[in-house]
Design a binder for this molecule. Structure first.
Ligand code: FAD
Length: 414
């Protein structure tokens, strides 16, 4: 029997969800159960078997958002963000790091199809489609900090340290980006750099396409993270790294142009986060209905029932807010900015609570690496930081709701 959420799905969405669910149940969950140690391999190249990305590719979810004329999986534009959310949730129900790997491709695809010239779309989308291991990455954060970018703190002193200067026939980039999802593995990077040193970042930030093999680009390390470990987060140096003129995506106004990516990005974050919570709930629900203590199944103990109900309620509440926010982004409604930040930040706090309940209800098993419940808790912590912190997201919500009176939240008030 369909539940109330299923009834609202289109046929396309139902089919996509079904194929994602089968992929997760048949390929991802068995892999994690049998090879949980791979998460801790210190050679990032070998962590995720190639076959998993290949299988994801076969059901078309590695190239979502890439125009069909280049062989990608185009979604109905009216529901695109809701479909991204649905698929992200399903994949993260299997593994959140794998979902991260894939969604970077979707988010950068949205950016490229809006900003890149046709010949570069053809070149890079074709390479992405042809090679099942090919990944995109989006490089905004640098050691100087990301919160100032998200706010944004629009003064010259807060501009990026990464610089790009125009030279004959191209742009020379120098700087360093860190904490970048897919940063260790990507074949193509979108890189943000300061091109007008005297300006604030809203006028002085430009974005570039930088292929991995460009001389001067060096992937210096894989950042070892508490969760989402299959995503291979990376740090990248740019030292006199020269890209041709046509690799400039946006000059000066790159941060405003990236808005096409930011809103779907928040929705996708919340959806992945929801998927982690769903996995924690499903595993806990099964456990408490099969495990006995005090002479009866755990679910028959009132406090256990109460905690399980709390987990289910938080998940249902996040799903409702997510649907509302994704609809607002699809429809470009006036409240889209506030809603997409609300759901991203609220999911990060609520799903962490869901996962804490899962860890506690599993007793000692909740702490064992080979059981995999602690992994869900670790994966959930990552969402507090990705795509802006909790406090910065709160500032964004108030700025979106009360633009005339909200504070600057960095530096002096104007
Ligand atoms: C797993 C992971 C994946 C990521 N992937 C990417 C990626 O693909 N691309 C990318 O560009 N970045 C990525 N990031 C970076 C992420 O966006 C940033 O870590 C995040 O925005 C926080 O920025 P920061 O680490 O520089 O913290 P900071 O900006 O240094 O913040 C530190 C603390 O200060 C607080 N703070 C900062 N400014 C203010 C203020 N004005 N008022 C009050 N409090 C303030 C923050 O809330 C936070 O608590 C990723 C991060 C993680 C952890």
């Amino acid at each position: 029997m369909m539940d109330s959420f299923d009834q609202a799905l289109t046929e396309e969405q139902r089919l996509m969800r079904q194929s994602c669910r089968s992929f997760v149940d048949q390929a991802v969950i068995p892999f994690l159960r049998e090879e949980w140690q791979r998460e801790w391999q210190m050679e990032p190249e070998g962590r995720l078997p190639e076959g998993i990305l290949k299988a994801a590719d076969e059901i078309g979810i590695r190239t979502l958002g890439v125009p069909a004329r280049y062989g990608g999986t185009e979604l109905d534009p009216e529901n695109e963000v809701r479909s991204f959310a649905l698929i992200a949730e399903e994949i993260a129900r299997g593994d959140s790091g794998l979902a991260d790997k894939l969604v970077q491709n979707w988010k950068v695809a949205v950016l490229l199809r809006n900003l890149a010239p046709e010949h570069l779309q053809e070149r890079w989308f074709t390479r992405l489609v042809e090679n099942p291991s090919f990944l995109f990455a989006h490089c905004l954060t640098e050691p100087k900090g990301a919160s100032d970018r998200w706010l944004p703190y629009n003064v010259p002193e807060a501009a990026m340290d990464t610089r790009a200067e125009h030279i004959d026939g191209g742009w020379r980039i120098n700087g360093r980006k860190h904490y970048i999802s897919n940063g260790y593995d990507a074949g193509l990077y979108v890189v943000y750099a300061n091109t007008r040193p005297g300006s604030g970042m809203l006028q002085g930030t430009s974005s570039f396409l930088v292929p991995r093999e460009t001389p001067g680009l060096e992937v210096v390390r894989c950042n070892e993270t508490i969760g989402c470990r299959f995503m291979n987060n990376g740090e990248i140096y740019f030292s006199d790294c020269v890209v041709p003129d046509d690799h400039l995506l946006s000059e000066g106004a790159a941060l405003s142009k990236a808005a096409v990516y930011f809103r779907p990005g928040k929705i996708i974050q919340a959806a992945k986060n929801l998927g982690v919570g769903v996995a924690a709930f499903e595993r806990t629900a099964e456990f408490v209905q099969t495990y006995e203590r005090g002479g009866k199944l755990l679910i028959k103990h009132q406090v256990v029932a109460s905690r399980l109900a709390d987990m289910a309620t938080r998940i249902a509440a996040i799903r409702s807010l997510l649907n509302q926010a994704a609809l607002a982004v699809d429809q470009r409604s006036g409240d889209a900015d506030a809603l997409c930040n609300m759901v991203k930040v609220h999911a990060s706090q609520e799903i962490l609570g869901v996962c804490q309940n899962a860890v506690e209800l599993h007793g000692g098993m909740g702490a064992m690496l080979d059981v995999g419940i602690e992994k869900l808790y670790r994966d959930a912590t990552i969402f507090l930081h990705m795509d802006a912190t909790v406090d910065i997201s709160h500032f964004k919500i108030i700025k979106a709701m009360f633009p005339e009176t909200a504070g600057a939240y960095a530096g002096p008030e104007a």
